[in-house]
Design a binder for this molecule. Structure first.
Ligand code: CMP
Length: 225
């Protein structure tokens, strides 16, 4: 595990070395295998988590069994805090998309940290505000954008967090199946596949298993608007 990744999380914002080391030592490491469920929507929640390696998907299931992905989180990102700030059951199911390393912190250990370190409270509010902002955008896009526009936007979001620039383009190892990409975009797999195939035929991107290579960032950005 990489301590730097952990300390980039909002939870460590503004902490000096001693406070950061104390917080880190109160966190428990754990690992998940690809596909393993960490917790289910509706479970009681008493911990929050920081991803230190790999990717986690947060999703919800409709009564008729359809799945919607709210977010894909990677190293340095935190989840499981909603049931602390708004006590109640887990608002989503957390599943490992890849093999994952995590650190967890009991909710009971968070209050003293927030009371002693206003910077941490500020950073967590900042993260919550960012998520609300993003959620508003997603809701707006579901109403105002077509599926190709939403696919383009989702790919750009994944590229921003998981992309790596290379000579031939931006390599985005998102680790998602086409089914999961469709669940992230809120559309059927067929429609999402069609949009991806169309982008590929225009040479905006190249499709690879569980990754894409973005060849024409500008066109993709235009299509996402
Ligand atoms: P909690 O409700 O404890 O468990 C599920 C977690 O998923 C939740 O806390 C948040 O950390 C996370 N989560 C829920 N909704 C979103 C969202 N729209 N974007 C990112 N993360 C979310």
């Amino acid at each position: 595990m990489n301590d730097d990744v952990l300390r980039q999380a909002p939870l460590f914002s503004g902490l000096d070395d001693d406070a950061a080391a104390a917080l880190e030592s109160s966190m428990t490491p754990s690992t998940l295998r690809r596909g393993e469920v960490l917790f289910n929507e509706g479970d009681d929640g008493d911990k929050l988590y920081v991803v230190t390696d790999g990717k986690i998907k947060l999703g919800r299931t409709s009564p008729d069994g359809r799945e919607n992905l709210l977010a894909i989180l990677g190293p340095g990102q935190m989840f499981g805090e909603l049931s602390f700030f708004d006590p109640g059951p887990r608002s989503a199911t957390a599943t490992a998309v890849t093999d994952v390393d995590l650190r967890s912190l009991g909710h009971e250990a968070l209050s003293p940290v927030l009371n002693a370190h206003p910077d941490v409270a500020h950073a967590l509010l900042n993260q919550l505000a960012g998520r609300l902002r993003r959620t508003n955008e997603v809701v707006g896009d579901l109403v105002f954008s077509d599926v190709p526009g939403r696919v383009a936007k989702a790919l750009l979001d994944l590229a921003g967090r998981f992309g790596r620039r290379a000579d031939d383009g931006i390599h985005v190892n998102h680790d998602l199946t086409q089914e999961e990409l469709a669940q992230l975009v809120g559309a059927s797999r067929e429609t999402v596949n069609k949009a991806l195939a169309d982008f590929a035929s225009r040479s905006w991107l190249r499709l690879e298993p569980r990754s894409v290579i973005i060849l024409d960032l500008e066109r993709l950005q235009k299509r996402s608007r």
